[in-house]
Design a protein around this ligand. Structure first.
Ligand code: SF4
Length: 468
């Protein structure tokens, strides 16, 4: 659990349920790991959309007794939890983003990063458009409102073809929800159905478990799913099979919840496979395997299974540390790590331990934990990481630090070992990682390890690029 890389957002939507707002609240709760900076819900009674967003977690924004959920009670609802990857963490950038244009109201919720947002915004501003936020999402509503786009037979499909980058989008119109996934399928999005028959759509299937819905399928790359009075209908804005997918491997390794099913398989099972692969590639004589909780836990179980070493909880994560005072900068991340992870001395003292984590970003927080394990009496520390060394930034919706700040940038394995002050270090190979996946290797994005970006990035995306 290294809090140096963050997901960009979580989405939830439900059509035609008397308790749609409560269901959305619960769905967003289960997606909270995808963003804790702000939360919002937009709902429609079929004619009029209302929206409320606020800073903080879902429970904080829609706290019990606030009366907000009651005020938003309508049968057609979308919701959003945010971690900022474009634009600051401020109220104006919280979502859903509600706008009004010549065809009525629309609320938009976005997970991902548009790599051509700056170009599009410059173009619109040159023609006098005024933007109220600094997030990349707002350009989408401007595109929708453009008269030549409005008159298109399928304005939404037409607009989506102007976007480049990673996006899963929920659009709430007064009478319907439209859910879209970019042609590369970078971020996950799936559709389900409740026992009462209402269709739901969410970033991860863990949200379906929360509202008693069954998983139907993933939204396909380049597909638009429309939920309205007639049920569920599908259409494609990019011809299926014309684009090779680039699913984000990091979703499987770190971001997604262990209970979720994404890219065709369960996250926990995938991470266990990675742990087994890691043990095959980097065995070591040791007394115990411990994870950095929670994201390293599944891989550590796999490592312990394969190496026939005992598994133990050498670190315990506190679930009672709120994020209300946490802002997304390095200093507060370090404080957060300190508050969240505590060492179980009895599990590590006088032992040769294998520490398993999902990845290492800057390495400073990992080194801090290694030092604490030494102070607790660990005899030897062997670091094992369930993905290759991170060397390149992500432009598709993950807030990594700059290339220069990444531990593996310009450092070889020996130098990384010295920096972290460990007795040995082993990373899962890229071939090993991709070999664990259900889908063919070419269906994944691996740019943060290889620097090969499947969607070319002409202008490197900067989180604050849209701020003056
Ligand atoms: S660059 Fe890395 S984090 Fe970003 S989409 Fe690709 S695999 Fe995921």
């Amino acid at each position: 659990m290294i809090l140096e890389k963050k997901e960009s957002c979580g989405l939830f939507g439900i059509f035609g349920d008397a308790e749609a707002v409560q269901q959305t609240f619960l769905g967003l709760y289960s997606l909270q790991h995808r963003g804790q900076e702000s939360a919002g819900i937009a709902s429609s009674n079929g004619e009029f959309i209302q929206c409320y967003t606020g800073m903080g977690t879902v429970g904080r924004v829609f706290r019990s007794g606030s009366g907000l959920l009651e005020k938003l009670a309508n049968p057609i609802v979308i919701g959003h939890v945010r971690y900022s990857t474009t634009g600051s963490s401020i109220q104006l950038n919280s979502q859903p983003l509600l706008s009004e244009y010549s065809h009525g109201q629309v609320a938009v919720a976005h997970n991902g990063n548009l790599i051509n947002a700056q170009l599009l915004r410059d173009e619109y501003e040159a023609h006098g458009s005024i933007f109220k936020s600094t997030s990349d999402t707002e350009i989408i509503t401007h595109l929708l409102a453009k008269p030549t786009h409005v008159s298109n037979p399928d304005p939404l499909a037409h607009v989506l073809n102007h976007l480049q980058g990673a996006y899963c989008l929920l659009f709430l119109f007064a009478d319907r929800i439209e859910a879209a996934r970019d042609p590369y399928g970078i971020r996950p999005l799936c559709v389900g159905q409740t026992e009462k028959g209402s269709y739901v759509v969410a970033s991860e299937s863990c949200a379906f478990d929360m509202v008693g819905a069954k998983f139907i399928r993933e939204v396909e790359p380049g597909e638009i799913i429309r939920l309205d009075e007639k049920g569920l209908r599908s259409r494609f804005f990019v011809k299926p099979g014309t684009v090779t997918p680039a699913h984000c491997s990091f979703e499987h390794i770190y971001f997604a919840k262990q209970t979720s099913r994404i890219f065709g398989e369960n996250v926990h099972e995938f991470r266990k496979k990675l742990g087994r692969q890691l043990a095959k590639e980097h065995p070591v004589e040791a007394d115990v395997v411990i994870p950095i909780p929670d994201s390293g836990t599944s891989a550590a179980i796999g490592y312990a299974e394969q190496s026939k070493l005992p598994f133990d909880m050498g670190m315990v994560r506190s679930h009672y540390v709120g994020r209300t005072f946490i802002s997304p900068d390095q200093k507060s991340r370090e404080l957060e790590v300190k508050l969240k992870l505590a060492i179980v001395k009895e599990a590590v003292a006088r032992k040769r331990i294998v520490v398993v984590d999902d990845s290492i970003v800057r390495g400073t927080t990992t080194r801090g934990k290694i030092r604490t394990l030494r102070q607790a009496g660990a005899k030897q520390i062997h670091m094992r990481v369930s993905c290759p060394p991170l060397r390149f930034p992500c432009f598709y919706g993950v807030d990594f630090p700059t290339k220069e700040e990444l531990l593996a940038n310009n450092r070889n394995i020996e130098q990384i070992k010295e920096f972290l002050e460990v007795d040995s270090i082993g990373y899962c190979s890229l071939e090993g990682l991709l070999g664990c996946a259900t889908l063919p290797a070419e269906n994944y994005c691996t740019a943060c390890w290889t620097g090969k970006y499947k969607i070319p990035v002409d202008i490197p995306v900067n989180k604050f690029a849209l701020e003056r």
